[in-house]
Design a protein. Structure first.
Length: 144
């Protein structure tokens, strides 16, 4: 069985290289045996693309994943829109809010809000497991 794909959302614009990439590298190193990660800093950002092309590729990447881990160590409009797109596509969305931003809109669209990245990945794990346990839905007329 393929590993679940998790999109690593978080602030990019207005961040230095370490702020954009360091936490993503640590997550990939620590949890790469269990999850396949899609990191937008790898190939979605830059590469002589227009802003429109970057956003369009980002939306496709989010929709192709099973879940989104959003590291909201600071507020980010791009991350907020990514959360909305993931939620709209029916993806599991878990937010890490280590600095207690407590944004109502983010909390509304997230399946869970955690304080640390490892606890956020644990929440993703639980949500994905719960989804896999649903084998069918029985309708009122008895059909599945």
């Amino acid at each position: 069985m393929a590993k679940p794909r998790v999109y690593l959302a978080g602030p990019i614009s207005g961040c230095n290289d370490d702020q954009r990439t360091q936490w993503r590298k640590e997550i990939r190193r620590g949890f790469g045996e269990e999850f396949d990660f899609v990191d937008p800093t790898d190939n979605l950002v830059g590469h002589d693309r227009s802003d429109y092309e970057v956003v369009a590729a980002d939306i496709v990447a989010i929709r192709e994943c099973d879940a989104v881990l959003a590291n909201m160590w600071r507020e980010s409009i791009g991350t907020a829109f990514g959360i909305l797109h993931a939620h709209s596509a029916g993806r599991v969305v878990v937010v890490s809010d280590p600095n207690f931003i407590n944004n109502r809109m983010i909390s509304f669209y997230a399946d869970a809000v955690e304080r640390t990245l490892p606890s956020a990945l644990n929440a993703i794990r639980k949500h994905l497991l719960a989804q896999n346990r649903i084998l069918g839905i029985e309708k009122r007329d008895g059909t599945t």
